[in-house]
Design a protein around this ligand. Structure first.
Ligand code: TRP
Length: 460
């Protein structure tokens, strides 16, 4: 996106105040001790924020199904920046998730002029190939193209009804001059994010979308739209407990017990409220106060922890009655590694990042040129120590190349105490990156000619 919201994590990498971002956008902080088998990016605070990740963690604990949705722009080459999301997708998959990968070929066509044919080739040779090498399991991974999945396009179209230009102005900062491709692309992305919950794509289950923090506007839009489609809202009660409130929409009057003249059809409303009462008592709630006339059902004894299961039941009921029954997507947010030049990483500026298929020579040159946190002279360095927060090599070890926490903290200790010189740290980074790139190259070659195993039937 040209203007993906108003978060600018690049503003000045080291000074970006992630805590402020969490507060400002109503995110929750990630506490890696709450995760089963936290991954490297969790343990190091690189995945720092989320929305509703507790729902996903609940599924992991109870072995309930959940999915991951990720998307890629099929333009340019895959680099380290792109690998962070895949590292997380693999972690979710190891914890039991099914994985859906959206190739944003319509978005690339509309916003970057990439032809569908070119987009397809790039998606497979640059991205899917590396995803395979990074360890995604083809049995549980399904790659599709926006251009060949009508259900996604249909959602983009119909869910457009649940938002308007003002919301786009507020979320994305659009104005009257904004090209409509930049309005359509986020709506298709909403379709990407929601469609795995459709019956044909796995059905009702929580879906988590791991993204960089700059993509949060899309998640806010999707959550807002999903919530607006819900026929039943499950909310905390002021005096404790939960309330289920019916949400009247143009397509659900009859099912919710409203006559064409807008008055409550009390028989039909009573039937619906009774049906909800039975669902709740099956869940073990006996203390229920229904108010059929107002379309609310109070459950004073329920706690916030019960919200998720009650919400899921209500969404199933909504589906039985003919509604969409959509959960808001869950999401996680990662920080960015600084680009090798100090700017942001960009496919169009090869010197800012390491590509997945860079040669060892290219990588070495980039690391050697990168900023270090070393002192101007060896003497000062020994006395004052290096600054890891300014050191690109250290950051790249931390974000990508050194998976062993103990080894990493030893490097940090040695650098900060001045034992390790900046040049020596660079050499460690180069050695680790060499192993990393060679390993990936080797694994890529194992997948040569087999990538169709990852493609959905509608993508072949
Ligand atoms: N808009 C995303 C990008 O610019 C690509 C994308 C399309 C995507 N659909 C998605 C990302 C769904 C995450 C989820 O990179």
């Amino acid at each position: 996106m040209v203007n993906a919201g108003r978060i600018d994590p690049w503003s000045s990498e080291q000074s970006t105040d992630y805590r402020r971002i969490v507060e400002k956008f109503g995110l929750s902080s990630v506490d890696s001790t709450q995760l089963p088998n936290p991954g490297m990016l969790h343990r190091r605070g690189i995945v720092f924020a989320h929305r509703d990740l507790d729902v996903i963690v609940g599924c992991m604990h109870s072995s309930d199904p959940f999915g991951v949705l990720t998307g890629l722009m099929p333009s340019g080459r895959m680099h380290l920046g792109h690998s962070m999301v895949i590292e997380q997708v693999r972690w979710f998959q190891e914890q039991g998730a099914d994985v859906t990968v959206a190739v944003a070929d319509l978005e690339a066509l509309a916003t970057r002029g990439t032809s569908l044919d070119k987009g397809r080739k790039t998606a497979i040779s640059e991205y899917v190939h590396n995803y395979a090498a990074m360890g995604l399991d083809p049995e549980m991974t399904s790659v599709y193209f926006q251009s060949s999945r009508p259900e996604v396009q249909r959602l983009a179209f119909t869910l457009g009804k649940r938002t308007n230009i003002s919301e786009f102005e507020a979320i994305y900062g659009f104005d009257g001059e904004t090209n409509l491709a930049h309005v359509q692309a986020p709506l298709v992305q909403v379709g990407d994010i929601i469609h795995p919950q459709l019956e044909d794509f796995g059905g009702l289950r929580p879906i988590v979308v791991p993204v960089g923090i700059d993509q949060d506007p899309h998640l806010r839009l999707t959550r807002d739209i999903a919530q607006k489609t819900n026929w039943f809202n499950v909310k905390p009660r002021k005096s404790g407990g939960l309330t289920i409130a019916l949400s009247l929409q143009e397509n659900n009057h009859e099912q919710l017990g409203v006559k064409p003249d807008g008055k409550v059809d009390i028989n039909s409303r009573n039937n619906l409220v009774d049906r909800i009462g039975i669902l709740l008592s099956n869940l073990g709630f006996s203390d229920i106060t229904p108010n059929p006339k107002h379309g609310v059902i109070e459950i004073p004894g329920a706690t916030l922890d019960d919200r998720s299961i009650i919400r899921t039941k209500m969404l199933s009921l909504e589906r039985e009655l003919g509604g969409m029954g959509i959960l808001p997507p869950c999401s996680t947010y990662h920080r960015f590694a600084v680009g090798m030049t100090g700017d942001k990483m960009s496919s169009s500026k090869p010197e800012t990042t390491i590509f997945m298929d860079d040669s060892i020579e290219e990588m070495t040159k980039k690391v050697k040129r990168a900023h270090s946190g070393g002192q101007p002279t060896v003497e000062e360095h020994r006395r004052l120590g290096g600054d890891v927060s300014k050191d690109v090599s250290f950051q790249y070890l931390q974000f990508f190349f050194e998976r062993d926490d103990n080894a990493l903290s030893e490097i940090r200790g040695d650098y900060e105490s001045g034992r390790l010189l900046a040049g020596e740290l660079k050499q460690i980074c180069i050695d680790k990156a060499t192993d990393w790139l060679n390993d990936l190259r080797e694994k890529r070659s194992q997948w040569d000619g087999r990538l169709s195993e990852f493609l959905a039937p509608d993508a072949i």
